[in-house]
Design a protein around this ligand. Structure first.
Ligand code: NAD
Ligand code: LMR
Length: 327
């Protein structure tokens, strides 16, 4: 039996948490032979902590063979202690009349604190994955506080966008989902994101040839993927949860699987025309478990360059909104 790994999850009693925790405990994230200890962190709010108790009871009631312990806490320094993976799901949602800048500032405070605590108490090999919105900039903020853990350990999730794009391409082409490969998301997890369809393949052929409809690819396809989160909120009355949890399982599973090729928001380091200090979605190849290299060399045509410029501009603006906090 392998040594259990410690997985810290913030926002554990929230909607995404309710789908996510059971998938982690069942082995879907780290594999069927990897035991886990769940370190569940909630906001110090009575209702949230009570709900967390209920979630922990249900986890017990599943009798998952791989689940070797559950910690429930509102204290991040307990929750992140020795964590090998820190999954940052908890964040304040946008309220009525709130501007994006207000959300950035409010969540920025949370991610500054969490970045500092993770850097102080998490395991030496800790990896961090951010889901709470605005995910890219929250990730950048948390990473800005780390002195011990390197910036490339901090990633944000654009896998839900990749999965959405793959599904839309398969539907349009009338093929099985698995026929669609190499569709990667560039930039921000927001409507400005760019699903780079020109590099995708369908049944081994260029997706652009199979679909043969540039107007659809440049217009409705990009728009549907970019605004899918809002469409789900409009339909469900709440933001995507099961599909977001599933995407986080995919995000981490791919990051621990050498050879996996997938979209992750990482520190850009100036690649593909992004500002060097923003966290932008791009294609990566997992090298060894938990480590990756950005896949470089994809050529970008004028349309792709204009989409990347727009999503980069938004990321740079978000960074500017919080510049005083991370200075
Ligand atoms: P939710 O409101 O149901 O749950 C969030 C939970 O976080 C709540 O239980 C809350 O008490 C907790 N929380 C708040 N501040 C906290 C803190 N400082 N420490 C620990 N816990 C804290 O929301 P949800 O539906 O689970 O979504 C969570 C986040 O994920 C939101 O920001 C949402 O916008 C985002 N999201 C991102 C993606 C993506 O693809 N990146 C997709 C869907 C949702
Ligand atoms: C999603 O893409 O489904 C979410 O990020 C939407 C949101 O704003 O919570």
């Amino acid at each position: 039996m392998k040594t259990p790994i410690r997985v810290a999850v913030t926002g554990a009693a929230g909607q995404i948490g309710y789908s996510l925790l059971f998938r982690i405990a069942s082995g879907a994230m780290f594999g069927p032979d990897q035991p886990v200890i769940l370190q569940l962190i909630e906001a110090p709010i009575e209702k949230a902590l009570k709900a967390l108790e209920g979630v922990a009871m249900e986890l017990d009631d599943c009798a998952f063979p791989l689940l070797k312990g559950i910690i429930q806490t509102a204290d991040a320094s307990i929750g992140f202690k020795d964590a090998n993976w820190c999954l940052l799901v908890g964040a304040k949602p946008r309220g009525p009349g709130m501007e994006r800048a207000d959300l950035l500032k409010d969540n920025g405070k949370i991610f500054i604190g969490q970045g500092q605590i993770i850097d102080a108490v998490a395991a030496a090999d800790a990896r961090i994955a951010v889901v709470g919105n605005p995910a890219n900039t929250n990730c950048m903020i948390a990473a800005s506080q780390a002195k011990r853990l390197p910036a490339e350990r901090f990633t944000a999730m654009v896998r839900l966008d990749q999965n959405r794009a793959q599904s839309q391409l398969a539907k349009k082409a009338g093929v099985d989902l698995t026929a669609v490969q190499d569709i990667f998301i560039y930039g921000n997890h927001s409507p400005t994101m760019f699903p780079a369809f020109a590099h995708a393949t369908i049944g081994g052929q260029p997706a652009t040839k199979v679909i043969n409809d540039d107007t659809w690819l440049q217009g409705p396809f990009c728009e549907t993927v970019g605004k899918r989160g809002a469409a789900i909120i409009a339909a469900r009355g709440a933001s995507s949860a099961a599909s977001a949890a599933n995407a986080l399982v995919d995000h981490v599973r791919s990051l621990v699987t050498p050879g996996a090729i997938h979209s992750v928001a990482v520190k850009s380091q100036g690649l593909y025309g992004f500002d060097a200090n923003v966290w932008a979605g791009m294609p990566v190849r997992t090298t060894t478990a938990g480590s990756y290299e950005v896949i470089t060399g994809y050529a970008m045509d004028a349309f792709a360059q204009s989409k990347i410029a727009a999503t980069n501009k938004e990321l740079v603006e978000e960074r500017a909104f919080v510049a005083d906090m991370i200075a």
